[in-house]
Ligand binder design. Structure first.
Ligand code: SF4
Length: 380
């Protein structure tokens, strides 16, 4: 059903599908009347894309530059001049590499917009709804934050979108600490500490399983709204996930960050292509993670291991071997900060260096993990 209107309410989600991402973005912003929402033409506006790791947006992990270009074009046309892009990659990757590979160096030059690398930024401590968290200083200099996450699966939290994307605004040391705190609680509290004023979600080809992409699922959709909890709940529906299974979402709703009441959301589709039934979302992660004992692992570490397991599983399938890695290796594969100082049998990363069989690195490279596990399989 197509519904047209002008005033965007908190419980509304605007959605559009197509392949001209720049034009689609501008259309969404016009429909949302973003300029009226911002108001003051001298507002300091920050755009927060997702540049988690060095890969082009077509890989399914990073925000498409066309969406960011669409937002800048829309804002400039309406007299907003103070625009900057802020982001940091995950621990283990340099933001500079990610922004270049995803095309943000060209974008920033063409549109004359500064890029602030949060890996180089100092931080301050903020009380975020009862939890003290370290946040990059640049956040203090923002009047209006536009979050531009990619809707993706995540090997530890099930999904990542509006709420989790704010992790790009904290220092690397704090990111590690988030993992040691189990991710969900600090993510929810961070969302209470940093207000997102408007959100444009890149649902063009996000990977339904892995935060760092590799298996893009093309949907060619962009959606927008003002409530990050509601948009993440909608994202769960798109990914065929139960939002109640996403711990940080439930916690954020409890902290008053937003509403999970998708039943009463008003979803306005700006074209007639977005309302049809979609193919079910293939999820690979559950079967693969059965072989792993993960305790507080960093995204980069776990995100390197899971694609290796997928590669090994497909090799097993090609040769007709049954996939039961723990039975074959005699144990599960351990990964994460929770194993530091403990002993065990098979461990991935520096945190498990006391293990009998260990591949070091922080995080280790995918190829190193593959060679390590391949050797273990071959001698088992
Ligand atoms: S080795 Fe430990 S600290 Fe390093 S990336 Fe892996 S889980 Fe994180």
């Amino acid at each position: 059903m197509i519904i047209f209107g002008n005033v965007m309410e908190l419980n509304e989600i605007l959605s559009v599908t197509g392949t001209d991402y720049l034009k689609m973005t501008i259309r969404l912003l016009e429909e949302a009347d973003l300029a009226s929402r911002i108001g003051d033409r001298s507002s300091r506006i920050a755009l927060k894309p997702n540049l988690v790791s060095p890969s082009p947006p077509s890989y399914g992990a990073t925000t498409h530059t066309e969406i960011v270009a669409g937002i800048i074009t829309y804002l400039r046309k309406r007299g907003f001049g103070d625009i900057r892009i802020m982001e940091s990659s995950w621990v283990g990757a340099r933001t500079k590499d990610s922004m270049e590979i995803a095309g943000y160096d060209i974008l920033c030059r063409e549109y004359d917009v500064p890029f602030l690398d949060m890996q180089k930024e100092k931080s301050f401590i903020k009380d975020c709804a009862g939890m003290k968290l370290s946040i990059c200083n640049a956040v203090k200099d923002v009047d209006f934050l536009i979050n531009i996450p990619v809707l993706k699966g995540h090997c530890q939290t099930r999904m990542t979108c509006c709420l989790k994307n704010l992790k790009g605004l904290i220092p690397s040391k704090e990111k590690r600490r988030f993992h040691s705190m189990g991710l969900h609680k600090p993510i929810a509290h961070l969302a209470a500490g940093i207000r997102q004023d408007f959100i444009v979600v890149d649902n063009i080809c996000g990977d339904p399983d892995f935060e760092d992409g590799g298996n893009p699922l093309v949907r060619n959709r962009i959606f927008a709204g003002c409530d990050p909890v509601l948009l993440d709940t909608y994202g769960c529906r798109i990914l065929d996930l139960d939002p109640e299974d996403v711990g940080y979402l439930v916690l954020a709703a409890g902290l008053g960050v937003g509403s999970m009441d998708i039943q009463h959301a008003r979803i306005r589709t700006l074209d007639d292509k977005g309302s049809g039934q979609e193919e079910p979302v293939p999820h690979k992660i559950v079967a693969l993670s059965d072989a792993v004992e993960e305790v507080e692992s960093c995204s980069a570490c776990y995100g390197s291991l899971i694609p290796v397991l997928e590669r090994l599983r497909s090799e097993f399938e090609e040769t007709g071997r049954p996939w039961d890695l723990p039975a074959l290796l005699g144990d599960k594969i351990c990964i994460g900060q929770g194993w530091q100082g403990k002993s065990g049998r098979i461990g991935i990363g520096r945190c498990t260096r006391a293990f009998e069989y260990n591949i070091g690195g922080c995080p280790p490279e995918q190829e190193e993990i593959y060679s390590f596990l391949r050797r273990l399989i071959d001698i088992s």
